[in-house]
Design a protein around this ligand. Structure first.
Ligand code: ADP
Ligand code: MG
Length: 410
């Protein structure tokens, strides 16, 4: 039986779903966590062979120490898994240090470091926006002089659209904190486009299944427009050229980023690729994560393919197995964000009307509550997931949610 170590930061809701998924497999399961062994959910405790608590689960030295201890007590580790974006590089460093099969630190950086990602893609003729990593104001200004306004600036290893800004003119540019070799800034040509995702399952580098979504509107517009509600749509059609035209680019991008590790255990993955579709029909890769996607795409993929994608992912990374399922419906997620200033929610309205309009299409809803603190994340304070046999049915339900639910800050 393969021995899999899963990194569970804390034994909380979503993470416990992943722990359970691994516990249900025919494997020896060990866990590294920021929480003590007593916090392992009761029902899963018997299934956990080894447990090691660390103070900081993002620190690769602590993780290495933990996995080494587990190796000593339980045995050789075959796979090391974790679903957070920030964990991918530390986990790869542990694999390198202990000789565990899978994504190495060098390959993980192709995904984690936005500048390197674009360099690798460009070198392999995968279309991406022009970009550079500016280590000084001169480099920043030189890039802007070359590509013109607007540009996008963002942290080289960001996530969740944090600290990402559109720079329209010289005034905006002078307001940007001066980058330095120690704190460089990723600068990119601004791409005005629709934003899509492509989720791909590869087994040793070979794509075996794809799904995709569209963001309404783009995460950048969501950031720039504090009151706007946000939606993600997973369409019913699997043969829509809007999505399928991107598949060859998706395949080349993954081959390029996995590089010489593509046909190894590292190339067995669920990847989350964000891409731009411009008005002229051309597609550009924006970024890629080697991990399960956020913004409710995991449950949406499960609903639309009559499966549990978390369980499927665990099986994939632990055992190299994946059974592609057909898509039988469309799904969508709406994110509720408050309007106004203030640091907490003072009013929520339209919930009943939205629920009534969605009817049977509503699958799950996290209602924003009065008194809840304002979320630092662009996803907002609540969400709802809908499902319908048709894409248009899902669009109607998303519209009902977004147009009726109002959250006010005060
Ligand atoms: N070159 C670009 N042109 C236009 N918008 C961009 C560009 N780069 C990023 N964005 C916007 O910023 C968002 C966050 O950037 P992204 O590269 O995806 O970083 P993160 O890791 O924070 O998600 C994107 O979803 C998109 O809306
Ligand atoms: Mg992104």
């Amino acid at each position: 039986m393969p021995h899999v170590v899963f990194i569970a930061p804390r034994f909380l809701g979503n993470t416990n779903r992943y722990v359970k998924a691994f516990a249900d497999l025919d494997i020896t399961l060990s866990i590294v966590s920021g929480d003590p062994a007593e916090s392992i959910p009761e029902a899963l405790r018997d299934r956990v062979a080894g447990h090691y608590r660390v103070d900081s689960f993002l620190d690769s030295a602590q993780l290495t120490h933990a996995v080494r201890a587990i190796t000593k007590s339980i045995g050789r580790v075959d796979r090391l898994a974790g679903m957070l974006e920030e964990l991918q590089l530390p986990m790869a460093e542990v694999r390198d240090a202990l000789g565990i099969e899978g994504l190495s630190a060098a390959t993980a950086r192709n995904f984690r470091d936005k500048d390197r990602m674009k360099e690798v893609l460009r070198a392999n003729d995968v279309p991406v926006a022009r970009s550079t990593l500016a280590g000084s104001r001169r480099e920043l200004e030189r890039f802007v002089a070359e590509v013109g306004y607007p540009v996008i600036v963002k942290p080289p290893a960001g996530l969740g659209a944090r600290a990402t800004f559109r720079i329209e003119n010289a005034d905006d540019l002078s307001a940007v904190a001066t980058p330095s070799p120690r704190e460089p800034l990723q600068v990119e040509e601004f791409v005005g486009a629709r934003e899509h995702t492509c989720e791909t399952v590869t087994i040793r580098g070979v794509p075996v299944w794809r799904s995709g979504t569209r963001y309404f509107p783009s995460p950048l517009e969501v950031l720039e427009t504090p009151w706007v509600q946000y939606a993600v749509l997973l369409p019913r059609e699997t043969d829509d050229p809007t999505w399928t035209q991107f598949h060859p680019i998706n395949a080349s991008a993954l081959t390029a980023l996995f590089g010489d590790q593509a046909t190894t255990a590292a190339g067995t993955a669920l990847t989350h690729m964000e891409w731009f579709l411009r008005d002229n029909g051309s597609c550009l890769v924006n970024e890629v994560g080697v991990r399960p996607p956020g913004v409710q795409i995991m449950p949406m993929m499960g609903l639309t393919h009559d499966t549990d994608l978390v369980a499927d992912w665990a099986r994939l990374v632990a055992l190299d197995e994946f059974t592609p399922k057909p898509r039988t419906s469309a799904a969508g997620a709406a994110f509720f964000r408050g309007q106004g200033r203030g640091t907490q929610i003072t009013a929520v309205s339209g919930i009943e009307r939205a629920i009534e309009m969605c009817g049977d299409d509503l699958v799950e809803m996290r209602t924003p509550k009065v008194g809840q603190p304002r979320s630092p994340h662009y996803e907002g304070e609540g969400w709802a997931i809908v499902k319908h046999p048709t894409t248009d049915g899902v669009k109607d339900a998303l519209r009902a949610l977004i147009e009726n639910v109002r959250v006010t800050y005060g």
